[in-house]
Design a protein around this ligand. Sequence first.
Ligand code: ZN
Length: 236
Amino acid sequence: MTALEIFEKQVTGKKALVIFSGGQDSTTCLLWALKKYDEVRAISFSYGQRHSVELTLAADICSQLGVAQTVVDLSVQFAELNESALLTKGDDVNAETTRGLPASFVPNRNLIFLIYAHTFAQKIGFDTLVTGVCQTDYSGYPDCRYDFIQSAKATMNMASEVDIEIETPIMWLNKAETFMLADLCGDINIIINKTLTCYNAELTMNRYGYGCGKCNACLLRARGYDEYVEMVKCSE
Ligand code: ZN
């Protein structure tokens, strides 16, 4: 699937709640939603992530784009009951768990975010959730896959007898195509200048945006950016 196909996709809903972390993927989803829906809001989560600067940047992006943002505080219990290198300072985010999953995987994070978003969408009368999960570059996180999202949607809609759509614009895009989608949505600059994807939350500016340049997230983003620049060159 290409960025252009996603950009041109017809959607059924009118009001979209975007699960928003302030990273490249969810910011691209927010830009996409702003092109597709009459009304857009963002929901963000404080879940004990090591780098709360993420939340500051997320709030900044929402205010720049004029999007109302709700921040849910899961920081105490979710982090206490969970185990992940993303929650514990000092752990190696590039390591693997005993089950062979990435140490940066946070068990049930996406499902819990979806449940909160689905709950809030019912309260405010929104018909669509948008989330930036991606199977193409899913980094070994099982809860970023298409089948999981379909299963979560079925379960949540069944639980509340509602019919809320879940859109995943970047599910089948690689990182280069994700840069391209933000470009098509008219705001590649906000991706480069404001979003943070780095596991070490380093605010050093590189050609592809903020990052340490060494963690898996930075390597993926840097490669994607370079491929995107090549794609743009070839289409000129
Ligand atoms: Zn990094």
